[in-house]
Design a protein around this ligand. Structure first.
Ligand SMILES: [Zn+2]
Length: 284
């Protein structure tokens, strides 16, 4: 199936009380690994790239890779810009073929975030591309973003934000962090249900790498419709490369490293998709 946009996928997830897994990819091997896993489980899938990944490759390169891999499958595949940091980048992603974009104005004031998000929504929705925005601060670091103090999303403010911006999906802060957790994360899971009761747009959980199965399942049960996994895929990939080089330091064929890394990423994606409950949901 060719590219699809994220709105239908996430609306189905909301109706069906499961979440679509969204996996950050950084090269061809990760693209292939994620799509292979999704096809194996017959799951709808979102692949996403951050601005730094886009600088490493390019929007056009990632769009071409994902599109080529997607058309070989029967499952719905969406390519999403994760943590888009400017109006320009969001529009460039759409022009390159991305089928979903995020604009992250969560570091801005409420009014500035609203204005920036509204601007991207107006432009993107004019050409049928859904927009994810973020309200509240997800802790930790991703792509140079950082927040020292966790500021969980306020449900009433979220409702107001949705009314003012007409977003397609909303990333909310409930105590998760990007990157590695130092100690046990303290999640405000009830907050998910409180926000879900006031906001119509499907909710997005960032910073899910390292969360336990129970935490992910509870967040999904309480209303998260998209769950992002990034750091743990990078770890799975790199550990696999280290392992194979430790076993045989004479390896010089990048394909051997790539195959081992792909297998490790695919396995991790399978585990997380089952946790999100999106397996066998490709054709619902
Ligand atoms: Zn994030």
């Amino acid at each position: 199936m060719p590219f699809v946009t994220s709105d239908r996928m996430l609306a189905d997830a909301k109706k069906g009380h499961y979440a679509v897994g969204a996996f950050n990819v950084e090269n061809m091997e990760m693209v292939k690994a994620v799509i292979t896993a999704a096809e194996q489980l017959q799951a709808p899938v979102m692949l996403q790239t951050t601005p730094s990944t886009v600088r490493y490759g390019s929007l056009e390169t990632f769009a071409a890779m994902v599109k080529e891999e997607a058309v070989k499958t029967r499952i719905p595949v969406c390519l999403h810009l994760d943590h888009g940091n400017s109006f320009a980048l969001a529009i460039q992603a759409i022009k390159a073929g991305y089928t979903s974009v995020m604009i992250d104005g969560s570091k801005l004031s409420f009014d500035e975030n609203t204005a920036l998000t509204r601007r991207v929504v107006d432009a993107a929705q004019a050409v049928g591309i859904p927009v994810e925005a973020e309200l509240g601060r997800v802790g930790g670091k991703e792509d140079g973003l950082s927040a020292d103090v966790d500021q969980n999303t306020d449900p009433d403010q979220a409702r107001q934000f949705e009314e003012l911006t007409n977003i397609s999906s909303l990333a909310v802060a409930i105590g998760t962090a990007h990157g590695f957790y130092v100690g046990e994360p303290v999640l405000d899971k009830d907050r998910v249900a409180e926000i879900a009761a006031k906001v119509e747009a499907p909710l997005v959980l960032h910073g899910a790498s390292g969360l336990s199965e129970a935490d992910v399942k509870e967040c999904v049960a309480k209303g998260m419709c998209k769950v992002n996994f990034a750091t743990e895929l990078r770890v799975a990939y790199t550990d696999a490369v280290k392992r194979i080089l430790a076993e045989d330091p004479k390896i010089y064929d990048p394909k051997k490293l790539g195959l081992a890394a792909m297998e490790a990423v695919r396995e991790q994606v399978l585990v997380r998709m089952k946790m999100c409950g999106c397996d066998r949901k490709a054709f619902v």
